[in-house]
Design a protein around this ligand. Structure first.
Ligand SMILES: C[S@@+](CC[C@H](N)C(=O)[O-])C[C@H]1O[C@@H](n2cnc3c(N)ncnc32)[C@H](O)[C@@H]1O
Length: 290
């Protein structure tokens, strides 16, 4: 077992490696990853690590060093519910750009590891609302943040739980549509990170559809009553409870049949746009090219 000082060095190297893997440079995000102990959130090891092609492989021992790779760790392996890939989150969180003093809402907190990264970035003067649907996990998040008055943990559906105005809404589960609250409660200049996934969007490499055509994460930024939108990544991710239905899934599948969404630049909260201006078009909202 490593001593705390040795783990601090391991975490520092890990933070550098995942930032490099994500192709990004952000000193604050890197420092947050170097500071937050992943094992504190995942509980005692050994841990099941998802190894592509081999499924979950248990770490040889409870040494936390095994958590400091760019690896997904099973939280509830039988449901394929994982603590997500650090390089993906490093990139998404960098894009969300939580600043000191801001309010970040984390939808789908799992056991709270990435909540802790957000917490570190907003600092003592900011706050985080962590929403987790699974009651057992929500309890674990609450325990993991005992003694942190600026982290509020709520068990429930993150598309329905009332939230205070937020600078960042960080959604960590795959939706087929948009919750009104995520835009209504976004402050001016606020950023929403939104994974949109088709029915194939929770498959691993076993899917015959390329990942770029199964799911994408969009960054939406509010400017008054207008919203810019940009695809920031492909994604395969656990489904979002309450935010999927056959109609919107069909619209999303049609969008992915056209392309991966990288030409999207605007979000409109109505459906009155000509088809040729839209990647995704629904009666209530659109992701459009202009
Ligand atoms: C891919 S897991 C990610 C967990 C966490 N972000 C991590 O990486 O450790 C998605 C999480 O979202 C939760 N979830 C799904 N739908 C939700 C909803 N509508 N509101 C809040 N949480 C939800 C699931 O229970 C699960 O814990």
């Amino acid at each position: 077992m490593k001593r705390a000082s040795e783990l601090a060095v391991v975490r520092w190297a890990y933070a550098k490696q995942i930032m490099a893997a994500a192709g990004i440079a952000d000193r604050r995000v890197e420092a947050a990853f170097a500071a937050v102990p992943r094992e504190h959130f995942l509980g005692p090891g050994p841990w099941p690590i998802l190894r592509w092609g081999r499924g979950y492989v248990t770490t040889p021992s409870p040494d936390p060093v095994y958590l400091y790779g760019d690896v997904l760790v099973g939280i509830i392996p039988e449901r394929k519910l994982n603590n997500g890939q650090p390089s993906l989150h490093a990139m998404l969180i960098t894009s969300a750009a939580p600043r000191r003093g801001e309010h970040a809402v984390h939808v789908g907190a799992g056991v709270g590891y990435y909540t802790a990264i957000l917490h570190r970035l907003v600092g003592k003067s900011g706050r985080v609302t962590a929403i987790e649907f699974d009651p057992g996990l929500a309890e674990r998040v609450a325990r993991n943040f005992e003694g942190h008055p600026n982290v509020e943990v709520v068990q429930g559906d993150g598309s329905r739980v009332p939230i205070d105005p937020a600078n960042v809404v960080y959604v960590n589960a795959g939706a087929t549509r948009l919750a009104d609250a995520w835009l209504d409660r976004l402050c001016d200049g606020g950023r929403l990170i939104l994974p949109l996934t088709t029915s194939q969007g929770f498959q691993g490499p076993e899917s015959s559809v390329p990942i770029e055509r199964r799911g994408a994460v969009f960054r939406i930024e509010r400017h008054g009553n207008e919203f810019s939108a940009r695809r920031i990544s492909a994604v395969a991710i656990f489904p979002c409870e309450g935010m999927r239905d056959p109609e919107s899934e069909a619209a999303l599948t049609a969008a992915f049949a056209k392309g991966d969404g990288r030409e999207v630049s605007r979000l409109y909260r109505h459906g009155d746009l000509p088809e040729e201006r839209c990647w995704l078009r629904t009666p209530d909202w659109c992701l459009a090219y202009s």
